[in-house]
Design a protein around this ligand. Structure first.
Ligand code: B12
Length: 589
């Protein structure tokens, strides 16, 4: 179906973009980039200048991700990682400061909101305290731009001397629990962008593509097309400077390199960082070192070939097991620094000739995607000169439909988004591979039983992590279960009502953000309120930071979830066996 304005914007009137940008710009009188040891020690006015100098001298920069729940621990990490690495001749250039998702709510509404596992900062003084701990560039990359608290968090990040602020990628895909006011979120983001654009020094508007649509696009040209669209909105319409990050989902070395080369061609500012290929961390720590080496060697080679100012990000090898601690962060940084010094053997799976060719095709596809989107929006009556309309339209339409409507690939009804990708992204293949593996683990007895039952199961996620659900959907469907979509970033009350309306026989929830127990309690309470006695199965990352705890690390809450009456399954095949047992036990079939 072609796009129509009414469907995207049912509102009669939207806030005035120019007014929002101007009010953000006015605030630049009061909120400017403050001092910190990074800026003074390197005698630069912004991280962008530092990045240009480092890239010109071909020095590879290091990014480390930090953000423990407690400020004291985060301050200790800020100093200790820098000092310990320096003692081993490794310079940490920047920290990605990972705020908690509750920091995305306006400050006066934060106190009773669900908290994840990230850093909580009470006020501007806390932001400043953190960045004074070492001469490392503070990158406030998550839960600042793109969320309801965008403006206030940006003022605090600037005061703390941060000159790379994000994360515009999150604007497009993240939803905070019980927050549906996307007009408020867009207004706050635009005002923050106005404030950034009016700064006297260059402040990079960071956007992590993998937090945005790149996690879901099937065609890498659409990921690069998202770069062009964001650059059009931020640079051309607003007058600020966008800077992109990618990496979590880029597992194939040649396509990872091709994306780097293509991004270098279309970017106007230095990049922030290349994220680790974290989706390949599936084993124990020793096994994950192989994944670390595989992607970081491509990123090092990429920076040697085409220095874009991106810092490399050696993600600690415990990433898939727990939130990495200080010593684990240091170990990964030292490993990567030593790798930089090695005479690198050519990576056998990296085909440079192909990478260059794919980069060219990707740029071509990206331009076509951008053109298709702008043309399609114009035809629908969306004002493409208005940054408010552009942002909100992209967010509301969403990655999957944008790709269906405007992807550069040829129409093919059998392809995942109805188009043959010009350059296929790797994540969809990875999920298919995992689905095949888990399907093979389902016993033939369970397959036979479940096949007979004609079950209807609703699957949902509590947060942005969608791959667990996609995997589950595939495996359940293959054994003959009808899967009903309960949504992504769903609230417990909405999920319970939807389950009632759809008449499903069970609910399966995939959860990752450290809210597993709270969500289980809420969902069970909602189901009780609706007088529904449905089996609920939880899987994913079942942990949470205990309320009355002085530890800043999450603990496993599987047993607590079980004591709410819900079930816990590690793998899709376990859920299938459990469903067969429950339903047969209940109905005596
Ligand atoms: C990919 C990823 C992302 C992507 C998600 C893209 C998308 N649209 O899905 C992006 C980059 C957007 C992302 C964002 C964030 N992420 Co993340 N992410 C991951 C990562 C790398 C992989 C998770 C995944 O999808 N795995 C693929 C699935 C298929 O495999 P699996 O997880 O092993 O699942 C198995 C089982 O658990 C089972 N399963 C899963 N669900 C279910 C459900 C049922 C019912 C059953 C039966 C089974 C089942 O299926 C699999 C079978 O083997 C993990 C680290 C890691 N390597 O695991 C972090 C991780 C989950 N993320 C984390 C965090 C903190 C975040 C952020 C808050 C970071 C930030 N500051 O922005 C945000 C989330 C913000 C939000 N609002 O929700 C943390 C969670 C910490 C915790 N709870 O302890 C992790 C563990 C990383 C870490 N160590 O810090 N992330």
């Amino acid at each position: 179906m072609p796009l129509v304005r009414q469907e995207v914007f049912p509102e009669k009137k939207l806030p005035d973009a120019a007014e929002l940008l101007a009010s953000g710009g006015d605030a630049a009188k009061d909120y400017r980039v403050g001092p910190n040891p990074f800026l003074s020690q390197h005698n630069v006015d912004s991280e962008a200048s530092y990045k240009r100098k480092s890239a010109a001298s071909r020095r590879i920069m290091h990014h480390a991700q930090v953000g423990f729940r407690s400020l004291d621990k985060s301050c200790r990490a800020y100093a200790e990682i820098y000092d310990t690495c320096l003692a081993q001749d490794v310079t940490i250039d920047r920290y990605g400061l990972c705020l908690d998702w509750s920091m995305g709510y306006p400050a006066d509404q934060r106190h009773d909101r669900p908290q994840g596992t990230g850093l909580l900062l009470a006020d501007i003084d806390d932001f400043i305290r953190l960045t004074q701990c070492a001469p490392v560039a503070p990158h406030f990359g998550d839960f600042v731009l793109g969320l309801p608290a965008a403006f206030e968090n940006t003022t605090a990040a600037l005061a703390a001397g941060s000159t790379a602020i994000g994360n515009l990628g999150q604007y497009f895909t993240f939803r905070l629990p019980h927050w549906d006011d996307d007009i408020f979120t867009t207004s706050a983001t635009l005002k923050a962008l106005g404030l950034i654009a009016a700064q006297e020094v260059e402040v990079l508007v960071h956007s992590n593509l993998d937090d945005g649509f790149a996690a879901l696009f099937c065609d890498l040209s659409c990921c690069l097309g998202a770069v062009l669209l964001e650059k059009y909105i931020v640079n051309d319409l607003i007058g600020a400077n966008i800077s992109h990050c990618y990496g979590h989902h880029f597992s194939d070395p040649t396509r990872r390199m091709a994306f780097h080369l293509a991004l270098a061609q279309v970017s106007a500012s230095p990049g922030t960082m290349i994220y680790g290929n974290t989706t390949r961390y599936r084993g124990n720590e020793q096994e994950n070192y192989a994944s670390l080496e595989a992607y970081i060697s491509v990123d090092i080679a990429g920076q040697n070939l085409e220095p874009t100012g991106h810092a490399i990000n050696p993600v600690p090898v415990s990433e898939n097991i727990r939130i990495p601690d200080i010593d684990e962060i240091i170990a990964a940084q030292v490993f990567a620094a030593r790798l930089v010094e090695q005479p690198l053997a050519p990576n056998s799976s990296l085909d440079m000739e192909l990478a260059h060719r794919l980069a060219g095709e990707m740029v071509f596809g990206a331009i076509k995607f951008q053109h298709n989107v702008l043309d399609g929006f114009t035809r629908a009556g969306i004002d493409i000169d208005n940054p408010f309309e552009m942002l909100l339209a992209l967010k509301r339409i969403g990655g999957k439909r944008l790709e269906q409507l405007f992807g550069p690939g040829l129409v093919d009804a059998s392809a995942p988004r109805g188009r043959t990708p010009l350059i296929a992204s790797t994540i969809i293949d990875e999920i298919s591979e995992l689905a095949r593996h888990h399907l093979a683990q389902v016993s033939s007895e369970d397959k036979r039983m479940v096949g007979k039952l004609n079950l209807k199961v609703m699957t949902a996620t509590t947060d942005v992590h969608e791959h667990g659900k996609l995997l589950l959907d595939r495996v359940l469907t293959e054994v003959g279960i009808t899967v009903i979509d309960g949504g992504v970033s769903t609230d417990a009350d909405d999920l319970a009502s939807l389950a009632r309306d759809e008449g499903v026989e069970a609910i399966a929830v995939s959860t990752y953000n450290g809210v597993a127990l709270t969500f289980a309690l809420d969902l069970k309470a909602e189901l009780k309120r609706l007088d529904l006695d449905l089996p609920v199965i939880f899987g994913g990352r079942l942990n949470q930071i205990p309320q009355a705890s002085n530890t800043s690390m999450p603990v496993d809450v599987s047993e607590d979830i079980i004591s709410t009456g819900a079930f816990v399954c590690e793998k899709p095949e376990d859920a299938i066996a459990l469903l067969a047992k429950i339903i047969i036990g209940r109905d005596g079939q």
